[in-house]
Structure formats: C-alpha cells, structure tokens
Design a protein around this ligand. Sequence first.
Ligand code: CTP
Length: 402
Amino acid sequence: MLKDKNILLGVTGGIAAYKMANVASMLVKLHANVHVVMTRNAAHFITPQTFEVLTKNKVYLDTFDETPDDAAHVPHISLGTGADCILIAPATADVIGKLAGGIADDMLTTTVLPARCPILVCPSMNVYMLENPIVQDNIEKLKRFGYKILEPSEGYLACGYEGKGKLPKEEILVDQILLEVGHVHDLEGKHVVVSAGPTEEPLDPIRVITNHSSGKMGYALAKSAAMRGARVTLVSGPTALEAPLGVELRKIHTAEEMYQQVTDASKTADIVVMAAAVADYTPATVADQKIKKKEGDLSIPLKRTKDILLSLGENKRPGQFICGFSMETENLLENSAAKLAKKNADMICANSLTQEGAGYQVDTNILTLITKDGNEQLPLMSKLEAADRIYDKILFLQEKKA
Ligand code: CTP
C-alpha cells in the first residue's frame, strides 16, 4: 500500500519514542521507504541504530552530519522535499513550539520547514504540559498552517499521572499515514454508507437473538472507503472492533434501529453497502422482566423485520449505487442472483459459508461479485483487499454507466 512512498518519521525526546521502532517496522512491511530524523534528546530513549537496522536508511540527528554520499545534496532539504508524508511522533512541547515559531535549529526542524507534503504531528507529553495554554496555542497555530494534529490518547502516563497525552497505538499512527498517502483518493467527494456487524433483538432485559457476524467485512469496507477519500458513515451492530479512522460511527442494536440509521444516512449517500447480518425476525413482544423457566418447552413468536436492502433498492436515487451481501449455505450463486433482482440492488457480494477462509469471524473472504452484467469470482484474500476490489468494481460500473 505504500510502495514507492517516502515516509519521514520525526522522532523527538519523549518516552514513547521507543514505540516508533514498531511504527517504522510496520511501514517497511507496507513497502514504504522510511527515513528517520531524530532529535538529540530522542536518542536518550532509542538508538539511531535501531531505526537504521529496521529501515535500511541512514538516520539523521545533526544537520551537519553528512556522509560522503550526501556531499552532492543537502540532506535536510532533500529529505523534506522528497517526503510524501511526515509523521512527527512523539512530538514534544519543544518541537511543537519550535515549528509554531518557525524556528529551525536542528536536523528535524530544518527538514520539516521545506516540506510540502502532509505533515502529521502527534503531541505526546504530561497532561498538564499538554493543557498549558502556550502549548495549546502553538497546536492551534500549527493547525492553522495546515499541519494535521493527531489526538493523543488518554490513560496512565509514564510520569505517573492519568490523563491525555499518550502516544496512540502504533496501528493508529500507521493508519493515519495510510489515510494520507496509502491510496489514490478516487472516492473523494463521495459519501459512502456501510452497515456492519450483527443485530441484537431483545427477548427480555437479559436475552437477545443475534448471529455470529464479527463486523470485520463491514469495518474493512468502511476503512477502505475512508482511505480512498470518501466521507464514510458506518452503521454498526455490537462488535469488538474499533471504528476506522476518519469514519462516522453510528452504533445500533436492533434491526429497526439499523433501518432508521441506514435510511437516514443514505439520503445523501452515493454508495451504500449493506454488509450487516440483519435479523430477519424479531420477538413479537419483549418481556419487561426476565422470562422465568417453567415445566415443558417454550415457543417464542417472532415477527418479520424490515428488509433494509429492499427498501434502499425501492427508494434508490438516480446515480446511487446499492450493494448488498449474501450469505448462503447452498445454491450460492442462484440465490444471490435472485436477491440482486428482488431487492433492485446494483451488486451482490456472495459469500459461501461452507468454504474455508470465507464468512464470519475470519480476516479473509472469498467473494463472487454478482451484477446484471455477470459474475466475477474473487480468490481468497484479506477482507481489506476484498473491500478494495468491491470499490474498484463499483467505480468501474459507475464510469461505464456515465
Ligand atoms: N438485509 C437487510 N435487511 C434484512 C435482512 C437482510 O438489509 N432485514 C440485507 C443484508 O445486509 C444483505 C442482504 O440483505 O446485504 C442479504 O442478506 P441475507 O441474509 O443473505 O439474505 P436475506 O435477504 O435475509 O434472504 P434469505 O433469508 O432468504 O437468505
């Protein structure tokens, strides 16, 4: 995803500097060319050699530290102007103040000044330092000049205090870079609505009827759309997953709540993808109190829920693309093609529950993309890759139609 991209990591003297080794390694695995520029103080927490081994590139600490190879150019200018994205993390109050004041007195600040790429800054410090109005003012100033500030997370801080100021998880930092430069922004200007996860239909205050959906496919679809520049609304049933960055999350429990939220969000949507496993039936009545067991068996009357995909298909706006999913244990292609026609959908992603590596809970999927033009069989791939292929197909079909 980051092939041919030059990512520059600016590491400053905070305790979280050691976490940047993992970030560098994750970026290298995504095929990025990673350069690291450190401040002298950062080297108290992690050695330049660690980054050199991981990135296979020289690490710079000093503006005047030029090797013979560098004689032909000025490293701080070539690194700054050559970067596709810069991440400064952890960013101390000191480096934030220097950047806000236009001070360039070391390798990192002189490298950042000439850069014209997206610059992400992740403040990381003691909660009271972070709350200091001077630091806050500097952060606001950086925002005004187009720097992207990544919110520090909350929790136990190395100084012993609890609060805001922690460096977010490494995965979040990498996702932010992917969001900036990991994809062509071919969904820019589009609103994508994705539904994900199971629904929960209550029987009484304790029990629900639900299913095995993990939400992984829907969350991958939301992440992929966000990375391709779309505005994304994710309507999700209960899952253990974190919302992808830059995505508006609307949490629901029941099929009726999902119907309300998807219908509302879809009013402005260009693309709607129904990846949720929506209950087809819900208890006809919900008991106020816990249902107590009695002698003999128990039957619970169920009533039909609304078919959200059907309703979307019936109310489709011109130019809107409606994509559904289909879970089957038999006659996958026939049943899925029937759903395409019945629900007036533009595409159905058919998912066989009997194939290994496909369906619920796992990180991979095997899909057949069914449209009125025919079927496209995708091989086993990660759910994120599958999500990408789904948008590739949608964009292709929309272009063909235009
Ligand atoms: N779906 C929906 N509303 C429902 C049930 C399903 O919008 N009440 C959507 C799903 O999100 C999926 C598609 O319809 O995109 C197909 O779901 P699936 O469970 O495979 O099929 P059903 O339509 O429920 O039909 P059947 O029960 O016959 O398999």
